[in-house]
Design a protein around this ligand. Sequence first.
Ligand code: FAD
Length: 106
Amino acid sequence: PADVEQLGRATWTFLHTTAAYYPERPTLNQRANMLGLLNALPSLYPCSHCASHLAGNMKDHPPDVSGRVALSRWLCERHNDVNERLGKDKFDCAKTDERWKDGPND
Ligand code: FAD
C-alpha cells in the first residue's frame, strides 16, 4: 500500500541523513543512543512485516555504530537487502555521501 512506501521513503531519509551526519568519533553516549534507535525499529516500526524482516536481517548483521562511514555503509547494505527483496535496483554504497550529505537535495 501507498502508506508503506511513503513511510519507507520518510524513514530511509531520516536514517540515511542521520547516519551521514553521525560523528566520525562518536562518544559512548552517542553510540548507545544510535544503537537504541536502530534496535527499536524491529519492535516499533509501524509496518509489521517490514519490522519482522528487519529483525531477522539485523540478527545476521548487527549495527556498526563505531563511526559515520561504517554506519552509513551498514545502513546502505540493509537498505539494499530490502531493495533486493522487493526486486529494486541495488544502490551503489560508494555514493551514500553524495546522495545524503554532500549532494543537492532532491
Ligand atoms: P526507497 O527505497 O524508499 O529509497 C529512497 C531513496 O533512497 C531512493 O530514491 C534512493 O535515492 C535512496 N536509496 C535507495 N537505496 C539506497 C541504499 N541502499 N542506500 C542509500 N540510499 C539508498 N517495503 C515493503 O514493501 N516491504 C518491506 O518488507 C519493507 N521493509 C522496509 C524496512 C525498513 C527498515 C524500511 C525503512 C522500509 C521498508 N520498506 C518495505 C519500504 C521500502 O524500502 C521503500 O521505502 C518503499 O518501497 C519506497 O521505495 P522507493 O523506491 O520510493 O525508494
